[in-house]
Write a protein that binds this ligand. Structure first.
Ligand code: HEC
Ligand code: HEC
Length: 358
C-alpha cells in the first residue's frame, strides 16, 4: 500500500518535472489506478438495466435501414472501435472521424471528439437519430420495441414501464458505463506496490511520460485523460479534398449552425460547438488505456501505430494554425521512444467477458 506521504511526493515529482520542461502551469492530477466508475444517481446500475442495455446495443432495429447496431462501429473484438481510419456510416453518407473507443467511457467528462454530447444518456439517443450513424426515427423505434414481448418484459424489469425514448438512452448509458470497465493493468499493479509488474523500460517510459515528454499535462488522472480539448498540431487530412468528405464536412457545419457552412473544408473540432476561434481544430484528450486494441489513432485514425503517434509528438506536430504551444519538439532518442512505448503498452487491462447468449 502506498501511504499518503508517498502519494503526495509522487504527485509533486510529476508536477515538478512537468514544470521543469515548461509544460504545466497549474497542478496536474497524477495518473493511477481507476476508482469505481462514477454512478449517475438518476440511473443506478441493476442487473435488469444492464441486460436491457446490452440487448439494445446489439439490436439492428436501432437503425433506420435495419443494418446497423451500436457494435457495427464499436466492435467488441477491436477495442470497441473500428480498425479503419474513418468510421463506417449509414447509407448515403461517409464518416469523417474514427469512433472513439467505448472502453472506460464512464470516466469521460467530454463525449464525442468535439465534446458535443452532454451525457452518455443523451449521446445514445443522438447516435440513434443521427442520419450519419443510424438515422432511425425515435417514435418508430419506440413502437417497434412496444410490439416486442421480449423488450416489453426487459423494460418493465429495468425501469418499471413500457419501452420509451428516455429509458432507451438510460439503458444504453448504464450498460456502457458499468460494463466496459478495464481490470488491472501492469501499470496499476506497479503503482499499487508490485515493483516487478513493470519492465525497466516501462518504468523509464513512465518518467518520460511525466517529465521530458510532458504527456501527463493532458493525459492525466486514472483514465489518462483530463477531458480537455487541444489542437495537437495535426495537418489537414488530405482525404478531405474528395467530394464525399467535403459533403459531410458541409453537412456537419450546417447541423452545428456555423456561419457560411458551404465553405467548410476541414473538421473544425471543438470550434463546431463553441464557435470560438480559440477552439479551432481542438479535439478531446482520449484515454491511453488499452491502446493495443484501439488502433488506428487520433480523431481521424491517421496513425496506424504507436510509433507514428510518438513520432508526431517527438517532432512537435505538423506546425499548424492554433497549435498548442506545448506541442513542440521533444528530442527523444530512439531508446527513449521505445521506453515511452513500453510504458503505454503497460496500460492494457482485461475487459469482462461478453456473454451474448440469452
Ligand atoms: C455508423 C457508425 C456508428 C454507430 C452505428 C454507432 N456509433 Fe458511436 N460513434 C461513432 C463515431 C464516428 C463517433 C465519433 C463521432 C464524432 O466525434 O463526431 C461515435 C461516438 C460515440 C460515443 C462517444 C464516446 C466518447 O468517448 O467520446 C459513444 C458513447 C457512442 N458513440 C456510443 C454509441 C452507441 C450507444 C451506439 C448505438 C446506439 C453507437 N455509438 C452507434 C460511430 C458509430
Ligand atoms: C496538449 C495536450 C496533449 C499532450 C501534451 C499530449 N497529448 Fe496525446 N493527445 C492529446 C489529444 C487532444 C489527442 C487527440 C487528438 C486528435 O485526435 O485530434 C491525443 C492523442 C493521443 C494518442 C492517440 C490515442 C487514440 O486513441 O487515438 C496517443 C497514443 C497519445 N496522445 C499519446 C501521447 C503521448 C505519449 C504524449 C507525450 C509525448 C502526449 N500524448 C502528449 C492531447 C495531448
Amino acid at each position: 500500500m502506498m501511504n499518503d506521504r508517498f502519494r503526495t511526493l509522487l504527485k509533486s515529482v510529476a508536477v515538478a518535472s512537468a514544470l521543469a520542461s515548461g509544460l504545466a502551469s497549474a497542478e496536474v492530477p497524477d495518473i493511477g489506478p481507476l476508482p469505481p466508475v462514477p454512478v449517475n444517481p438518476d440511473n443506478t446500475p441493476t442487473a435488469a438495466r444492464m441486460a436491457l442495455g446490452q440487448a439494445l446495443f446489439f439490436d439492428n432495429r436501432l437503425s433506420g435501414t435495419g443494418n446497423l447496431n451500436c457494435s457495427s462501429c464499436h466492435l467488441p473484438d477491436v477495442g470497441w472501435t473500428l480498425p479503419s481510419a474513418f468510421s463506417v456510416a449509414n447509407e448515403g453518407f461517409v464518416e469523417r472521424r474514427n469512433p472513439p473507443t467505448l472502453i472506460n467511457v464512464g470516466y469521460n467528462r467530454a463525449l464525442i471528439w468535439d465534446g458535443r454530447a452532454p451525457s452518455l444518456e443523451k449521446q445514445a439517443i443522438g447516435s440513434i437519430t443521427n442520419p450519419v450513424h443510424k438515422g432511425q426515427n425515435l417514435d418508430k423505434l419506440v413502437k417497434i420495441l412496444n410490439d416486442d414481448p421480449k423488450f416489453i418484459a426487459l423494460f418493465q424489469a429495468a425501469y418499471n414501464g413500457k419501452p420509451n425514448a428516455d429509458d432507451i438512452g438510460r439503458a444504453l448509458a448504464v450498460w456502457q458505463r458499468h460494463f466496459l470497465v478495464t481490470g488491472e493493468s501492469n501499470f496499476d499493479r506497479y503503482v499499487k506496490g508490485n515493483m516487478l509488474a513493470l519492465s525497466e523500460a516501462a518504468v523509464r517510459g513512465m518518467d518520460i511520460f511525466k517529465g521530458k515528454g510532458g504527456c501527463i499535462v493532458c493525459h492525466n488522472g486514472p483514465n489518462f485523460s483530463d477531458s480537455g480539448f487541444y489542437n495537437i498540431g495535426l495537418a489537414r487530412n488530405a482525404q478531405f479534398d474528395k467530394p464525399e468528405y467535403l459533403k459531410i464536412l458541409v453537412f456537419d457545419a450546417k447541423r452545428m449552425k456555423l456561419d457560411n457552412p458551404e465553405q467548410a473544408t476541414d473538421d473544425a473540432g471543438r470550434y463546431l460547438v463553441t464557435k470560438d476561434k480559440a477552439d479551432w481544430k481542438k479535439f478531446k484528450t482520449p484515454t491511453l488505456r488499452n491502446l493495443a486494441d484501439t488502433a488506428p489513432y487520433m480523431h481521424d485514425g491517421r496513425y496506424a501505430t504507436l510509433d507514428a503517434v510518438i513520432d508526431h509528438f517527438n517532432r512537435g506536430g505538423d506546425q499548424v494554425e492554433n497549435q498548442d504551444p506545448r506541442i513542440k519538439p521533444l528530442g527523444l532518442s530512439v531508446t527513449e521512444k521505445a521506453d515511452l512505448k513500453a510504458f503505454l503498452q503497460s496500460l492494457w487491462g482485461p475487459l469482462p467477458k461478453l456473454n451474448l447468449a440469452e
